[in-house]
Design a binder for this molecule. Structure first.
Ligand SMILES: *Cc1c(COP(=O)(O)O)cnc(C)c1O
Length: 465
């Protein structure tokens, strides 16, 4: 399997190199040159298997030139051993034909653990094989950072630096990043919002001297290995509801577009997905884009669903790449326009291609809080704000097509966002017992300016050589 950049100008890589590289050298994102196919028979055969076995079968064709079957199986087994639910991604029913896929049973209580735990294991195998050390730098709106730290803490070949927007992540998110005691972990609180953090990260990757000097590697959802691991739960959910005989739709609380793009790849592999519904909060650039055909920045307004407070949605570039018939030059031009003008217009053909697969909807702050209350009253489920946005948008999508089962993704545990949940319901959700002492642990964090030189100097100084 060869991996190519969405902007068409970076070296073509195998999976191992694409995984360790993260962002392509032309500023693009790596994608598989061709998507491996699963036949209807192979999909039907997934019914009743363990999550780990489905993960092995789905991921294998993407990675087989880098990892042996034994290595992949071992990595998957270790990745999910620390989850708090034996099904890993269990589903509950919300209403007739509406199901909630619970993706918050991992060590940091958000769906990002599904991919990050696998990446940690795969990085370890590959770096040991290559006798190589790397510096991981990630930008986070909250959940990626804690998941990355949890996956890489204490590893010999890796230093981890996580940039998060100062004052804009929840206390549980912050503490999950600042309380690990391992010396290879560095939590950096940056002045600015998530898009500023992400922009600094991209600037570091585009500083090739720095990039090569520190062995920079990225684990943001720009890393294809992240997207890959997330394809798996679309298969387990759909098959348990009757795929491949029955078509299934999914609603996904969306920020950086990594999670929903994994659903697109599941569909490209042959899983019969009817609609992929993008759910956004008030920062609704993706919803506006789908409706109007232009992608236009307006500034980010902080919300009670901070992991979706994004307006440069990195993985949307991958969706555009498919919508533009894999025309790297066209994607490079759009991304240049976004950088210089703050907007671009999607071509008629491409917007048609996007609308053939994706729907979209937005939930305001008030609607989000109301949905947390409604869901509690209707089902007894306490939802985190991100999941509540998706349930609200998912209900509307289901009403348009009541015959197709709707799976809505619950991306975080309510205890990760206790303030919003308490505001809506009066109930303060409790952390699971395994992390009940989070508020007693000592915090370790460095405040950093929104300045590339200062950040690079700090990383040079702190990393172990
Ligand atoms: C990261 C995150 C999202 C958004 O996922 P993307 O892959 O960035 O679209 C939604 N909800 C939660 C809780 C998250 O942590």
């Amino acid at each position: 399997m060869r991996y190519v950049s969405t902007r068409g100008q970076a070296p073509v890589l195998n999976f191992g190199d694409a995984m360790l590289t993260g962002l392509a050298r032309d500023g693009g994102l790596y994608v598989p040159e061709t998507v491996p196919q699963m036949s209807q028979t192979e999909i039907a055969a997934l019914a009743g298997l363990s999550y780990e076995e489905v993960a092995f079968r789905v991921m294998k064709p993407f990675v087989s030139e880098t990892f042996s079957e034994e290595e992949l199986r071992g990595a998957i087994t270790r990745a999910y051993a620390g989850f708090g639910h034996v099904a890993r991604a269990p589903m509950v029913q919300l209403a007739p034909n509406h199901f909630l896929l619970e993706l918050f049973h991992g060590p940091t209580l958000a769906f990002k653990d599904f991919a990050m735990q696998v990446i940690g294991q795969l990085f370890q195998i590959e770096l040991e094989r290559r006798q190589q050390k790397i510096t991981i730098v990630g930008a986070t709106s909250g959940d990626t950072g804690s998941a990355a730290i949890e996956a890489f803490r204490g590893l010999d070949n890796v230093d981890v630096f996580i940039l998060f927007p100062h004052g804009r992540v929840s206390e549980v998110q912050r503490r999950q990043m600042t309380t690990p005691v391992e010396s290879n972990v560095h939590a950096l609180a940056m002045d600015g919002d998530f898009d500023d953090c992400q922009a600094k990260l991209k600037d570091m990757f585009n500083d090739f001297t720095f990039r090569d000097e520190v062995g920079l590697a990225g684990v943001n959802s720009i890393n294809f290995a992240r997207v890959l691991a997330q394809i798996v739960y679309y298969f387990t959910a759909a098959v348990s509801l009757g795929a491949p005989e029955r078509k299934i739709s999914f609603t996904v609380p969306t920020g950086n577009f990594g999670d929903i793009f994994a659903g697109f790849l599941a569909r490209e592999m042959g899983l019969p997905i009817e609609r992929l519904v993008i759910a956004t909060n008030q920062n609704d650039i993706l919803h506006r884009c789908l409706e109007r055909g232009d992608y236009t920045k307006q500034g980010v307004t902080p919300s009670i669903s901070p992991s979706m407070d994004i307006e440069v949605s990195s993985n949307f570039e991958r969706a555009l790449y498919w919508a533009y018939g894999k025309d790297g030059a066209a994607i490079a031009a759009l991304m240049d326009e976004l950088k210089t003008e703050g907007s671009f217009t999607v071509s008629q053909n491409a917007i048609g291609a996007l609308r053939a697969v994706y729907d979209s909807g937005m939930a305001s702050e008030a609607r989000t809080l109301a949905e947390i209350t409604d869901s509690l009253n209707e089902t007894g489920e306490l939802l985190c704000p991100h999941s509540a946005i998706a349930v609200s948008v998912g209900k509307q999508a289901l009403a348009r097509d009541p015959a197709t089962p709707m799976v809505t993704l619950a991306t975080a545990h309510p205890a990760k966002f206790p303030d919003a949940v308490e505001k809506a319901t009066g109930i303060r959700p409790e952390l699971p017992p395994r992390m009940a002492d989070l508020f007693d642990r000592e915090e370790r964090v460095t405040r950093v300016p929104n300045d590339l030189d200062a950040l690079e100097a700090l990383i040079r100084e702190r990393r172990r050589t």
